[in-house]
Design a protein around this ligand. Sequence first.
Ligand SMILES: Nc1ccn([C@@H]2O[C@H](COP(=O)(O)OP(=O)(O)OP(=O)(O)O)[C@@H](O)[C@H]2O)c(=O)n1
Ligand SMILES: [Mg+2]
Length: 406
Amino acid sequence: MRIENLPAAFVDAQRVLQVIEQHGYEAYFVGGSVRDTLLHLPIHDVDLATSAYPAEVKQLFACTIDTGIEHGTVTVRYHRHSFEITTFRTESGYQDYRRPDQVTFVRSLQADLMRRDFTVNALAMRENGEVIDLFHGLSDLQAHIIRAVGDPDHRFREDALRMMRAVRFGSQLDFTIEPVTLAAIQTNRALLAKIAIERIHVEFVKMLLGLAPLRGLQQMLTTHLLDYLPVLNQFGKQLTEVVNRPLAQQLANETQVWSWLAVNLGWEAPQIQSALHAWKSSKQLTLAVTKVTAAVHALLEQHLTNWQLYQTGAVRLTDAAQVAVALGHPDQTTALQQRYQELPIHSKHDLAINGNQLIQSGIKPGPALGHLLNSLEHQVVAGTIANETKQLLAAANQQSEAKKAW
Ligand SMILES: Nc1ccn([C@@H]2O[C@H](COP(=O)(O)OP(=O)(O)OP(=O)(O)O)[C@@H](O)[C@H]2O)c(=O)n1
Ligand SMILES: [Mg+2]
């Protein structure tokens, strides 16, 4: 088959493929971009594969970068865009169940597609939109099936992360994992222990952001892949209950994913922090999840204070409101944003007084001054004092005098 009118993301890359072909080599679009175009989904990165060896690719273009030359990947700069082009290759070894000990460059597209994970990811497309389907990827795409290319045991032993990828694509695209492939996940599950948590993390989050996250989670449980997920492996019972409760709305980002899990599993701040540490998450994500989870708890108990609104901030409030919706509660996004906008201040910088002004008014510098400023910030946010310099100064002096007398 041939796809007419390729999406805009392919247009510049088409020129690159034409240049390679004009020199007598084969060149194709491969991987996720072909799959997603056929599914009418937006595409993010366009991978190119060629029969030209890396040194040959480099001769064809004025500006190239050796991105991963030992694996056959060269980045070509063309018309101010960058394209990653990988030479057809076969892989062998895989003693660590993560990556091949050896890659061999080959001239055959078939050999390259054969080493790929799933049939829907083993499609190639010519520059003119013609789809090359050597492993029945098109029929699996049509039937919404994730099926390993060839023997699933081999594919999962080559790279154990592919077991997570199978569950991820199943959820992301709302596809069914073909039974032999699914059974092979269960058989090979222990190999997941060889895979770095950072790589597992990416797949796990993509799975929960997908169209069928509860089925993905269910499959993590039934295949026992869950046993190899840090911290979550101790929450099998709770997760079984989670997959049986409906998810009222798709989760929209990673903060929402972890906050939704944290609320479901009854995690408070210390548990969130140790779990996200075990998953090697950034400090930024951990902080966001801690705040959003606290806000969701408060929302569900209907006592979200102004101070909590202020502390959570506009973006995270929306995340909290959306997680509450996913949990089956009414959407409070607009009301919360309104309440947030009406807060007298939105950051410490908005306070009509600062440390210098307090010192000038006779208050001694030191930790007590910091406490005093914090207390004023609290009072302004709570609405018990107006955000006006004069009033704040008077209150500060009064409160600092009172403290001295006490
Ligand atoms: N463990 C892996 C990872 C990738 N691939 C192959 O490399 C392609 C590109 O990999 P990647 O970008 O990770 O996946 P995509 O399928 O492009 O999906 P995404 O939309 O997540 O980028 C895949 O389609 C697949 O053919 C593979 O066989 N085994
Ligand atoms: Mg990709």
